[in-house]
Design a protein around this ligand. Structure first.
Ligand code: SAH
Length: 214
């Protein structure tokens, strides 16, 4: 995997584009300027990797478009050393952004092919999440509570088990809706059984599905 001047230049442009679309979180923009997104997309898409749109990553899934990665990451309001549970590793690109921002990341993917591929790429980049093949609806109770939970697939409802695994004072970012369109939703856990829900506009994610795809 090579990261050429051309790729670096395209990344600068991408970041400038994100800025013009209203992303002003400098730490996130710096992380996205640093991480070679083309490592995470299929070879034939490498030169398109820096356009602000989603791409196929195999198994019928897509890497979220850069604006969406930046937007969700901003909503997560990361603090250094936050323990983050990510549902939907996919390509691993979002995982790399979280790690670059200093988070400890636990990430779950339900598709074996993507689970294996993403771990290979992240390992080559020296990015080390705790990665699991599993059903994100179950979360990872063994490692709970999490300061933050980020769901990168569209859910039809807010999974109760994930709410339980969120730390008091923690935040979950999850797109909620039908299979076409979802509302970006942020849930603040105020106490053991008190939550505050806010929404941040419409997005379109691949669906959050039950079970594991062997
Ligand atoms: N964050 C990813 C986005 C991938 S798209 C990236 O940066 O590339 C969403 C991913 O969620 C897909 O890979 C899909 O297989 C996965 N997914 C869907 N439902 C899931 C579930 N219940 N548990 C874990 N992963 C799930």
């Amino acid at each position: 995997m090579t990261d050429s001047f051309l790729h670096k230049g395209l990344r600068k442009k991408l970041v400038a584009g994100l800025r013009s679309k209203g992303i002003d979180n400098e730490a996130i923009l710096a992380a996205m300027e640093k991480i070679p997104r083309h490592f995470f997309v299929d070879g034939s898409f490498a030169l398109h990797a820096y356009e602000d749109r989603p791409f196929p990553i195999g198994a019928g899934q897509t890497v979220s478009q850069p604006f969406t990665v930046a937007f969700q990451t901003h909503l997560l309001d990361l603090k250094k050393f936050d323990k983050v549970l990510e549902i939907g590793t996919g390509s691993g690109y979002q995982t790399a952004v979280l790690i670059e921002l200093g988070a400890t990341v636990y990430t779950i993917e339900r598709q074996r092919e993507l689970f294996i591929k993403s771990q290979e790429i992240l390992a080559q980049m020296n990015c080390q999440p705790y990665a699991f093949l599993g059903d994100g609806y179950e979360g990872k109770p063994m490692f709970a509570p999490f300061d933050k939970i980020l769901v990168t697939a569209g859910a039809t409802n807010i999974p109760q088990k994930l709410l339980e695994q969120l730390a008091v004072g923690g935040k979950m970012v999850i797109p909620v809706g039908d299979s076409e369109i979802q509302e970006m939703t942020v849930i603040d856990k105020l106490s053991e059984n008190k939550y505050k829900t806010s929404t941040f506009g419409k997005f379109s994610f691949v669906p959050m599905l039950q079970g594991v795809e062997k």
